[in-house]
Design a protein around this ligand. Structure first.
Ligand SMILES: [Zn+2]
Length: 426
């Protein structure tokens, strides 16, 4: 009884988290979290989620350590991680490597905040532990020719594509019913393979005037707030995209599993914080995007959209096939965003040229292209995390899983482990 009470008291003192033994790595992890909070004082987008001890956040705001002080402390901590010798299982080894690399990314972000200018590729290597392959215009032209043949009518392709897509816009008054049904489906498919904390849940909000189309704000205690941006028309395929990407088995599941297995079971406090501009984002976005294929292997997505979502949205199910065919082609333009962002971030082209490039090679409507250039302003090389991240995660999981059913197992393991982008190549 008494032991149980003491444990409870310890848990209460740490905001519901288990007591952590003062091992060298736990001490390093705590200092890392405090450094991330300190950078957050200089960069409002940096701390994407934090559900560790609230007093640390208050203290970071009170201290407001200067960037030079953060840089010096991070350099010292990096040296200490290199010197630690701690035995353990594979997860413990991944943890140490993860902390080392996350801290390196933090140091790069601090240098950027201090005024250092990096090229797009230098920045993605420094922050996300990966460099996206380059694709020339001819690579996209070939796909555009195929799309040109698949979209009916005459006139410029972008206009015909826009007219074709009009048939697949979800009416505003049906949006929440469509999303709720998609979320229920993605959740059910995930729960059939992955054990989630019993009290996990998320809330959906519809918002406007954002540089992104959807966002997951993880709040700890297995809860997420998902925001859907309704600035632009929402096409029917966004329902499954968003429900999987932001929810199940994407960001919400990833964060809940990290909290369950690493924070609560192991007391690894570094996972209570998520610095957005760090290698963790490639894993987060890559698993969120690849999760769509895991949840809906083969033709299952088309069947679900056609038979369930099209009727709820009041759309013609006989058109679902044609839409899915065109979407498969436009998915091949995923890397076009990187090329526009690379040239824009490197100062080779201005906003208008970047938007024009996105309209041509990513098939974005003028408004969506403009929205994406604002995303580039804030998030810069972050764009690679979606497409390269997905491809790296897909290759990693599928090289280990022979069948679609086995994919869930490997995917679930990846979601609950601290793996780095460069570690996906092994
Ligand atoms: Zn995301």
């Amino acid at each position: 009884m008494r032991g149980a009470l003491l444990l409870l008291l310890a848990a209460a003192a740490l905001g519901g988290q288990p007591a952590r033994p003062a091992t060298p790595m736990n001490t390093i992890a705590e200092r890392y979290v405090k450094l991330v909070l300190a950078v957050g004082q200089h960069d409002p987008d940096y701390v994407d989620a934090f559900y560790g001890p609230g007093a640390w956040k208050t203290e970071a705001a009170r201290q407001k350590i200067a960037l030079a002080g953060i840089a010096a402390a991070a350099a010292r901590l990096g040296g200490e991680i290199a010197a630690v010798r701690e035995d353990g299982d594979e997860l413990a080894r991944l943890r140490r490597e993860y902390l080392r690399r996350q801290l390196e990314a933090l140091r790069a972000r601090v240098r950027m905040l201090q005024g250092t200018r990096l090229t797009f590729d230098e920045e993605s290597e420094a922050l996300y532990d990966a460099v996206a392959p380059r694709h020339d215009d001819a690579y996209f032209e070939d796909t555009l020719k195929e799309i040109d043949r698949a979209v009916p009518g005459t006139g410029p392709l972008i206009d015909r594509y826009d007219a074709f897509r009009q048939q697949f816009i979800v009416p505003a008054d049906r949006l929440s019913r469509v999303f709720d049904r998609a979320i229920a489906e993605c959740r059910g498919r995930t729960l059939a393979h992955v054990t989630l904390p019993a009290d996990e849940q998320f809330t959906v909000e519809y918002v406007k005037n954002k540089p992104w189309s959807g966002y997951n704000w993880y709040q700890g205690n297995f809860r997420s707030l998902i925001q859907v941006n309704t600035d632009l028309p929402i096409y029917i395929d966004r329902a499954v995209d968003l429900a999987c990407h932001e929810g199940y088995p994407g960001h919400h599941v990833y964060n809940a599993l990290l909290e369950q297995h690493l924070v609560r079971e192991r007391g690894w406090v570094e996972f209570t914080i998520y610095p957005l501009f760090s290698p963790q984002s490639l894993i987060a976005e890559g698993t969120a995007n690849y999760g769509i294929e895991v949840a809906f292997p083969g033709a299952e997505r088309l069947a679900f959209e056609r038979d369930v979502l099209f009727p709820i949205a009041g759309l013609d199910p006989s058109r679902a096939d044609a839409y899915a065919r065109v979407r498969t082609l436009t998915d091949r333009l995923a890397y076009a965003g990187n090329e526009a962002a690379r040239r824009y971030v490197n100062g080779e082209i201005d906003r208008a040229a970047a938007a024009a490039w996105l309209s041509r090679y990513a098939m974005s409507s003028p408004k969506a292209a403009e929205q994406r250039t604002h995303f580039f302003d804030t998030y810069r090389s972050y764009v690679i995390n979606y497409n390269l991240g997905k491809d790296l995660v897909k290759r990693f999981v599928e090289s280990r899983a022979a069948s679609a059913a086995r994919r869930w197992e490997e995917f679930g393991r990846l979601l609950a482990s601290p793996r780095l982008p460069s570690g996906l190549r092994n």
